[in-house]
Design a protein around this ligand. Structure first.
Ligand code: DHB
Ligand code: FE
Length: 307
């Protein structure tokens, strides 16, 4: 068998220099991380006999991901965003924090500053055909007490699976609202039932997924940030039950506790009572927040958002 270059003094010395170990300046932890990443990359090249042509194809692929602003798609697609969630879950468990509404990935499509209202909101401002959704629930603490004044920041795709801001055909903040819970910790909104999302078919994320035999589809879902003073911010989503991708999410965000029952109402009297002419759907979902405490990992993830 051929000698592993990675084990030679020559390559070890190279990595040592690459990681800045010979320099007193710089961040020691970062040096170690760079050493590990570069070593792992070299090991992959060596173990899989990656040719220079293949390597440069990978480098220009990553350049294309950045140019297409698809880092936020590739990260969940590779399971890393879910892995980061699993790590936070683990750290919380180790700190004795259990129960509460599970977190799941933020995804790349949040926009800050959605209109704020008290108690209730209507999310759909652009005309669409589809099923009207009424969703309501309560924000509670871990003892089941209501949390009034919590902010439920909600965003989701339209009936075609596209998000406002990223889809220029929608008006700003369509299907994005912040709702402050009332004195009973309750929120409610009217919207349109979203459709599942798929990564852009011609983008680099889909290119990689297709090359490894995967799809880039997500089940229909609704995103939430739920926050209140003194409580840990919750980043989560609910999935729309019955979606064909419910347990086949390319971003690995589905969790069993995040699939609330959905009721489709077809009774004419009920439909008219809501001021509608077509069947509609209802979902009730409560959020349970944990109290903030020392020695817990940061629940707020600092992350650049499109604006
Ligand atoms: C992606 C899209 C989403 O709507 C989401 O919630 C998570 C990830 C994506 O394109 O990667
Ligand atoms: Fe999404």
């Amino acid at each position: 068998m051929r000698e592993k270059l990675l084990h030679t003094a020559q390559v070890k010395a190279l990595i040592n220099k690459v990681a800045g170990f010979e320099m007193p300046e710089g961040n020691p932890r970062l040096k170690k991380i760079i050493e590990r990443v570069v070593t792992d990359l070299m090991r992959t090249i060596e173990d899989f006999d990656v040719s220079p042509t293949e390597f440069w194809a990978a480098a220009s692929y990553l350049e294309k991901v950045g140019q297409s602003h698809e880092m936020g798609l590739l990260v969940p697609g590779l399971g890393i965003e879910h892995f980061l969630d699993l790590r936070l879950d683990q750290e919380e468990r180790e700190a004795g924090l259990t129960g509460g509404t599970p977190r799941t990935i933020e995804g790349p499509l949040y926009i800050e500053g959605a209109p704020l209202s008290k108690g209730e909101a209507r999310l759909d401002q652009d005309p669409e055909t589809g099923e009207v959704l009424f969703m309501d629930g309560q924000v509670k603490d871990s003892h089941g007490n209501p949390v009034p004044g919590a902010i439920v920041d909600v965003w989701h795709a339209n009936t075609a699976g596209w998000y406002s801001h990223f889809d220029p055909s929608q008006t700003p903040f369509n299907l994005r609202r912040r709702i402050e819970t009332d004195a009973d910790g309750k929120y409610k909104f009217r919207s349109m039932l979203p459709k599942g999302y798929g990564v852009p078919p011609d983008g680099p994320t889909n290119e990689l997924l297709a090359a490894i035999g995967r799809h880039g589809k997500r089940p229909a879902h609704v995103h939430f940030f739920v926050s209140a003073p003194g409580y840990r911010k919750l980043t989560t989503q609910i999935n729309i039950d019955g979606d064909e991708y419910l347990h086949d999410d390319f971003a690995f965000a589905t969790r069993d506790e995040l699939i609330p029952a959905i009721t489709h109402h077809t009774d004419t009297a009920e439909i008219h009572a809501r001021g509608l002419n077509e069947p509609f759907a209802t979902i009730t979902f409560d959020f349970t927040l944990h109290k903030e405490a020392a020695d817990l990992p940061a629940a707020v993830v600092e992350r650049a958002h499109a604006a």
